[in-house]
Design a binder for this molecule. Structure first.
Ligand code: NAP
Length: 259
């Protein structure tokens, strides 16, 4: 098994549709022991129920906008697990109203919140897991992004700008942490119907458009992202860092799909 004896932390499981849950299932199948986080009490029950399917999971609270909670998370992992081999960061948030009108109307608070939760949090997490990964001789960090961070996608607005910052953070973190044997990569997933996606205006149309224009003529699913993440978090991806891997049926290569 690819992750036998490995220990990982996954942030961003909200329910069974979460992309993070697809990654958790793939990692557990390959033998990893996992720590999962939940944000506040609202989702604790959900995550607890899902985690029953995992061998010996560790469940911890973490709101990524709170430095105190991030510090407590790292301390608990140090105490309970002694180190980490991989981290999956699958967290994003923007105010619904920012994903509706035009980007030009983005508010200062809406911009700040989207950047804080969806982009800065990767760096905040990475800083704290460095010693945990060094204790294991290195590690792999993977985050989730979307094409709207490279090109303009209707309604993605402030989240697209946050994803652009997230993708650049991946490159800077890869450069900083590479000498410690820590790799940092992103998966740019095609649209998948999840709780977070429900906040994007016109999401169903986006799915339809993707299905009919992607070279593979299908929508992306959780399992495909899970398997690609497995490559990045396991030794199979040991030569890859600073990369944004598109798991989107090839959608991103298209300019025009027909004339
Ligand atoms: P999801 O199931 O709703 O997951 C988003 C997660 O982010 C939830 O667990 C949510 O927890 C968490 N989160 C939000 N604010 C947080 C905070 N302050 N602290 C800690 N956790 C927080 O949706 P998803 O689609 O799987 O999203 C996962 C990642 O994939 C995101 O980065 C998203 O942008 C990215 N992505 C999604 C798609 C897509 O089409 N679905 C495509 C490409 C990339 P709460 O529910 O408690 O807020």
């Amino acid at each position: 098994m690819l992750l036998e004896g490995k220990v990982g932390l996954v942030l961003g499981v909200a329910n069974k549709r979460s992309i993070a849950w697809g990654i958790v299932q793939a990692a557990a199948r390959e033998g990893a022991r996992l720590a999962l986080t939940y944000q506040g009490e609202r989702l604790e029950e959900n995550v607890r129920e899902l985690a029953e399917a995992l061998p010996n999971p560790l469940l911890l609270p973490c709101d990524v906008t709170s430095d105190a909670e991030l510090d407590a998370l790292a301390a608990s992992i140090q105490e309970e697990l002694g180190g980490l081999d991989f981290v999956v960061h699958s967290v994003a948030f923007a105010l619904r109203e920012e994903l509706d009108g035009q980007f030009v109307n983005t508010s200062r608070d809406g911009y700040r919140l989207a950047q804080d939760v969806s982009s800065y949090s990767l760096t905040a997490v990475a800083r704290r897991v460095v010693p945990l990964m060094e204790a294991r001789g290195g590690g792999s960090i993977v985050t989730l992004t979307y094409l709207g961070g490279e090109r303009v996608v209707p309604h993605y607005n402030v989240m697209g700008v946050a994803k652009a910052a997230l993708e650049m953070s991946v490159r800077y973190l890869a450069a900083d942490l590479g000498p410690k044997g820590i790799r940092v990569n992103a998966i740019s997933a095609g649209p998948i119907k999840t709780l977070a996606a429900a906040g994007v205006h016109g999401f169903s149309k986006m799915l339809e458009y993707h299905r009919s224009h992607a070279p593979l003529r299908k929508n992306t699913d959780q399992d495909e992202v899970g398997d690609a993440a497995l490559f990045l978090i396991s030794r199979l991806g040991r030569g890859v860092t600073g990369e944004v891997l598109h798991v989107d049926g090839g959608f991103h290569v298209m300019g025009m799909s027909a004339l």
